[in-house]
Each structure stands twice: as structure tokens, then as C-alpha cells.
Design a protein. Structure first.
Length: 283
């Protein structure tokens, strides 16, 4: 729906017009129509300063390869809302990227999004892992929370790819368990929950258990339901923003000091990835 059509259908109601423009901007972003998303978000800003519109505008410019423009709009968003963690974190990501690539780069290809269902907690079937041996900041620049991740076993390592590009390796202790289950027929789906210039975290969900693995739990220690919010928000852009806020920037998260745990320390106990011979190995 064009802007004049929105204005006509809204009967001149400013609040309603703006709400419809926001929905249209999100729809364009979900479809990867970034140039049109830029235009609509600019129209939203004609109504006045808006940190969320600035974030969306920055995202659109980033996807178009206009890194300098993207950073400027994230900076405006942060000035409008100093608690805006999405803007703050992306300014840092852009700083690292621009030091390598300059103010412009190629536009991103449309990313495959992970199914929303994998972000919903299910006891024993869902866990988190950090990636090691990360790709360059330039490669990671077009990877975002919510993107699908393919897990690829190679020898004793479990590689992670997003949008056809290798982005890192699943932390060893998590990989060791999953590699055994994969070899016996299990299948997993994964997606990015958070990333910075030096860290990437993914969620992994068991989507098929081979009969040979009956009784073997992929993620032995379950997260408490109060720690992981069921992830059921609607549109792509909103998914990404909620992912950044809820899963990436939880101020109570502690640093993961070793690679022996899948879930963050506040979600699981120290025993999360202790060897469980009786549970994993058949008698």
C-alpha cells in the first residue's frame, strides 16, 4: 500500500498512519526489499524523532551495503535512547567492519531465517553453544540474530554455516556429544541468537531422534522456563530485535569461562555437560 493510500485509508489520523507505515516497513524488511524499507522509514521519521525507526533505517542501509549511513542512524537511535542495546552493539560491529571494508560494501544476499520453533525451550531437546574459530568480522557483518545455521560434522569438529558461509566451529564439549548422536542418525536445527565482533552464540534443537538413540538426551540439563522466554514473536524484523534484547543482551548473563557448558551459567548448573555414560551409552 502506497503512502497516499495509507493516509487516505487512515482518514488523516496521524497515529494510525504511523502505525500502518511501521507495519509496511517491517513487511518490506521481511521480504528483503531494503530500498523500499528505507523510503518508508524516512516517512515515519517525518512524524518526529523515533529510535525504533532509526534502528530499522540503519538496518536497511546496512543490508544495502551503505555502512557509513547505517552507523549514523544507529548513532541517532542511541542518542534518542541511551539504553538502546541494539544500536549500541551494532555501532561496535560496524566500527570493526568499517575498519576492514570502508564505508560501503556489497549488499547482502537475503538470509535464510531459522524456524521460530527452534527458539522455544523444550526440556532435553534445546541448548545453546558458543562458536569458536570465528570467520572474519567482514564475513560476520551480514549475519544476524535469527539467521538459520547449518551444522556440518567433519571429523571431530562440528562446523557452523550461515547463508552458505562458514562462520565458526561449535565449542568442543558440545560438539563431542552431538557428533555421536548425529553419527547415529539424530538431526538438529540451529539458529543464531546473538553475535558481536568477537562472539557468536547459537541455539541448537533436536528435531529428529533416531531409534538407535532412544533414551539418549541431547542436552541433559534443561533450562528453567523463567530463564528462556518462549520465542513466538511475529515478523522478521521484530524477531531480530527481540532476539537481540532477550537473548543477547541479558544483563544477568555471566561470561562463559570454559567450553564445558552449553547453557549459560544462570540457566544451568555446573553439571550440564558432565559425562553421562549410563545415559548416553547403551548397556
Amino acid at each position: 500500500m502506497a503512502f497516499h493510500e495509507i493516509e487516505k485509508s487512515a482518514g488523516g489520523n496521524t497515529v494510525r498512519i504511523k502505525r500502518q507505515l511501521v507495519e509496511q516497513a517491517i513487511t518490506y524488511a521481511a521480504a528483503g526489499r531494503w530500498a523500499e524499507a528505507v523510503e518508508i522509514n524516512r516517512k515515519i521519521l517525518d512524524f518526529g524523532a523515533d529510535a525504533e525507526a532509526e534502528n530499522r533505517l540503519a538496518k536497511s542501509f546496512w543490508e544495502l551495503g551503505e555502512l557509513g549511513e547505517a552507523r549514523e542512524h544507529y548513532q541517532v537511535a542511541l542518542a534518542l535512547d541511551p539504553t538502546n542495546r541494539i544500536a549500541e552493539r551494532n555501532i561496535e560491529r560496524l566500527r570493526v567492519l568499517m575498519s576492514e571494508a570502508g564505508e560501503k560494501t556489497v549488499a547482502a544476499e537475503k538470509a535464510e531465517k531459522a524456524p521460530v520453533a527452534i527458539f522455544v525451550e523444550e526440556t532435553g531437546k534445546t541448548g545453546f553453544a558458543m562458536l569458536t574459530d570465528l570467520a572474519s568480522p567482514r564475513t560476520l557483518a551480514h549475519v544476524n540474530p535469527g539467521d538459520a545455521v547449518e551444522l556440518i560434522p567433519e571429523g571431530n569438529r562440528l562446523f557452523a554455516e550461515a547463508n552458505g558461509t562458514r562462520i565458526g566451529i561449535v565449542e568442543p564439549r558440545v560438539a563431542a556429544r552431538l557428533l555421536k548422536l548425529l553419527a547415529d542418525g539424530n538431526k538438529y536445527s540451529a539458529g543464531i541468537t546473538s553475535l558481536g565482533d568477537r562472539d557468536v552464540r547459537i541455539v541448537i534443537r533436536e528435531i529428529f531422534q533416531d531409534p538407535r538413540n532412544y533414551g539418549k538426551v541431547s542436552f541433559p540439563t534443561a533450562a528453567r522456563s523463567s530463564d528462556l522466554r518462549p520465542y513466538t514473536k511475529g515478523t522478521l524484523l521484530r524477531e531480530e530485535e527481540f532476539m537481540e534484547e532477550d537473548l543477547e543482551d541479558d544483563e544477568e548473563d555471566e561470561e562463559i569461562e570454559d567450553l564445558d557448558r552449553v547453557l549459560p551459567t544462570e540457566v544451568t548448573g555446573e553439571e550440564a555437560f558432565e559425562d553421562e555414560v549410563d545415559e548416553v551409552e547403551e548397556p
